[in-house]
Design a protein around this ligand. Structure first.
Ligand SMILES: Cc1cc2nc3c(=O)[nH]c(=O)nc-3n(C[C@H](O)[C@H](O)[C@H](O)COP(=O)(O)O)c2cc1C
Length: 170
């Protein structure tokens, strides 16, 4: 499958089977995240794998968007270890976490595991409940697993703006 076929086939899954993701697949997914580029190669990402009964209960109580998936990745970055752009003072932490998450999302699809990128959660509550260190900033959740019947893709999955609306050659 070409890369763009994989990108096209991926969709946000919001309904999962009660079936574990094999550790070998999870290892491949986490390794894809490890291989992602980050600003100055500082690698400030911190990925928390929520798969114990206790952790999954906690995250499902914090947001309806964990979808009772068998695994939820809590993708964070250590803001004290991320690069700061001297021109505008912006930290790269969120971008670093995002490219790591993107690698993992696509690697998951490549192994037959569907997922969803989720930002609808209270980051402060997540920090509190999972007792994350002060300098660790949560950015997204990525529930993943085998899709249940009716998981998608949603009708809007095919809706992408034409290139001319989002790309401009200068
Ligand atoms: C930054 C970001 C935040 C998102 N947050 C949520 C979310 O909180 N809940 C949810 O169900 N989907 C969320 N999504 C998934 C998008 O709604 C979805 O990717 C988009 O509608 C396109 O659909 P597709 O992924 O099936 O192609 C998020 C996606 C991104 C990139």
């Amino acid at each position: 499958m070409s890369f763009n076929e994989l990108a096209k086939n991926r969709f946000s899954a919001r309904k999962y089977l009660n079936k574990q993701v094999e550790q070998e697949k999870l290892d491949i997914i986490l390794e894809a995240g490890r291989l992602a580029p980050t600003a100055v190669n500082f690698q400030p990402q911190k990925i928390y794998v929520l798969k114990s009964e206790e952790s999954l209960k906690k995250i499902n109580e914090l947001t309806p968007y964990a979808f009772n998936a068998p695994v939820v990745l809590l993708v964070c970055a250590d803001i004290s270890k991320s690069w700061t752009n001297p021109f505008n003072g912006r930290k790269s932490a969120e971008m670093d976490a995002s490219i790591v998450a993107t690698h993992m999302m696509l690697a998951a699809k490549d192994t037959g595991i569907d997922s969803c990128w989720v930002c609808y959660f209270d980051t402060e509550k997540v920090k509190e409940v999972f007792k994350l260190p002060e300098n660790i900033e949560p950015y997204l959740l990525m529930p993943m697993g085998y899709p249940a019947d009716g998981a998608g893709p949603s009708p809007r999955h095919q809706e992408r703006k034409p290139i001319v609306e989002t790309v401009k050659y200068l």
